[in-house]
Design a protein around this ligand. Structure first.
Ligand SMILES: Cc1cc2nc3c(=O)[nH]c(=O)nc-3n(C[C@H](O)[C@H](O)[C@H](O)COP(=O)(O)O)c2cc1C
Length: 479
């Protein structure tokens, strides 16, 4: 309507201008008679009225034009990379069908963007205990706490989760509810994905085909496992009061598979027993080495269930499989935990087997000559729970790590946990962050991760921590 009123106003001004112009000038050298002048102005005005009326009819028939209105927005909220991967596939599928697509992480989306969008697809995982991924912190705090009017938006949600958790797909559902309550229209029903279930992914693909015209795409399935050989296995913590922890090295049958970035994750296909082909659900581990090492390293703690059985994944890797056996393995990119490309300072915090992800990050930093690394690491006893601590001490001596602080929780010491170290050195943490540091946390979801988060909030303030999270300066791989 605004556009139509503008046209009418311009028309009126034009008519007046023609009248004024005609009153001043001769046409072909002769001054027009007053009646002629009025007639000319009247014809111009009438022509404009017809034009404006037709334009206003056209405007009423078509939706209001907005930037990128016919572009489909694909948004991902991922903690460990799977949602990002699926959003990329969604975008590729739509593009292959000739659609225009914008692919964005959730932290890059604001109310204005959603208001200017007619169609959006959200791929959202759930982490922690029913929590939103870290990258969604700002979106959830700022946008989802408000009710922007999104009545021009049609949307769908692909919610990733795992039924082993009580709050299955909680964040996907929360997002769906918020979009609906903000006036957005459902394009098609939310699709829940339990642990990467391929049937659910096919269902999402089917919905894309039906609703967005993106047909004829090959089925999405997780990539097939590659064949890797278990080449080394060594107990890292003999004499520990904790569960045994192993260093594993694996080499691929196909040398080209020796390719990943520090921060990436592997999915292992465990077996019930050697030679048994029954597929079991995959298990995930952080990669502890870089391709330049010539092998993929893992740090795996052997777990036992309440009934005394070894864990499916850790039992296979640390006990059932023998060195020399073939292991089914595939690598999953986890861009949310990749090292920064530049030489900004990096604070690496972790405990237990969390050293795996931190070790790969340190290796890649050192390989790039980036030495502003500060490691804060915790385990139980200084003499027996030394998971790859020889590497760490060597790097520290060489100046490749500028600072190391340990929290040996069962040693007689006032400082027990990594979060206590952070608090004890609050000024140094503030300084490091002020110098542009990125923070990486790897290890236990219970205890360590919330403890570290609370300490960082005390030291830096909630707003700063959330800002670091949204700008991906504070990244977590916790499990
Ligand atoms: C530490 C951790 C906590 C999780 N918590 C939940 C949860 O509370 N509810 C749920 O449905 N799924 C949960 N999951 C499963 C993830 O949502 C699922 O693995 C998803 O595919 C991960 O996607 P992402 O890689 O994009 O983060 C959790 C996974 C991890 C590793």
């Amino acid at each position: 309507m605004k556009a139509a009123w503008g046209q009418w106003a311009i028309g009126a001004m034009l008519g007046a201008a023609v009248l004024w112009f005609a009153s001043l000038h001769d046409f072909h050298g002769t001054r027009l008679a007053t009646t002629g002048r009025v007639a000319l102005a009247g014809v111009a005005l009438a022509a404009w009225i017809v034009h404006a009326w037709r334009a206003s009819r056209r405007a009423a028939d078509t939706p209001m034009a907005s930037p990128g209105a016919d572009t489909i927005l694909v948004v991902h909220a991922s903690q460990t990379g799977f949602a990002t991967e699926l959003a990329e596939r969604t975008a590729d599928t739509l593009r292959a069908a000739g659609k225009m697509v914008d692919l964005l992480p959730i932290w890059g989306v604001d109310a204005a963007r959603l208001k200017a969008t007619t169609h959006a697809l959200f791929v959202a995982s759930t982490t922690g205990e029913g929590d939103a991924p870290d990258v969604a912190t700002g979106f959830r705090r700022d946008l989802m706490a408000s009710r922007p009017v999104l009545d021009g938006l049609t949307y769908a949600v692909l919610a990733l989760g795992d039924r082993d958790y009580e709050d299955f797909c909680a964040f996907g559902h929360e997002l769906d509810r918020w979009l609906r309550e903000s006036g957005a229209t459902s394009w098609f029903d939310l699709v829940e994905v339990d642990n990467g279930d391929e049937g659910a992914l096919r269902h999402w693909q089917g919905q894309l085909a039906r609703s967005a015209g993106a047909s004829d795409t090959p089925d999405w399935s997780r990539p097939a496992y590659g064949r890797w050989t278990l080449s080394e296995r060594a107990l890292l913590n003999p004499g520990s009061v904790g569960r045994p922890c192993f260093h594993l090295a694996l080499v691929p049958e196909n040398a080209a598979a020796l390719s990943w970035k520090a921060g990436d994750i592997v999915e292992i296909g465990p077996r019930k027993a050697r030679g048994d082909e029954t597929p079991l659900p995959h298990r995930e581990y952080s990669i502890a080495s870089i391709p330049e090492d010539g092998a993929l390293h893992l740090v795996v703690r052997q777990t036992v269930s309440e009934n005394g059985h070894l864990g499916i994944g850790s039992g296979w890797l640390t006990s059932l499989a023998a060195v020399g056996d073939t292991i089914d393995l595939r690598i999953r990119s986890n861009p949310g935990f990749h090292a920064p490309d530049d030489d900004r300072p990096m604070l690496l915090i972790g405990n237990g087997t969390g050293i795996a992800g931190l070790r790969a990050l340190l290796k890649t930093r050192i390989a790039c000559g980036h030495r502003r690394n500060w490691l804060v690491y915790g385990e139980r006893h200084v003499d027996v729970d030394r998971l790859h601590m020889d590497d760490v001490e060597r790097w520290h001596r060489a100046g490749d790590i500028e600072r190391v602080d340990f929290a040996w929780s069962r040693q007689s010491s006032k400082i027990r946990y990594v979060q206590d170290i952070l608090r004890a050195h609050a000024d140094d943490i503030r300084r490091f962050v002020a110098e542009g540091a990125s923070l990486y946390v790897c290890g236990s979801l219970t205890g360590m991760a919330p403890g570290v988060d609370a300490a960082l909030r005390d030291i830096l303030g909630d707003a700063r921590v959330e800002d670091l999270m949204t700008t991906t300066h504070y990244r977590r791989d916790v499990y």
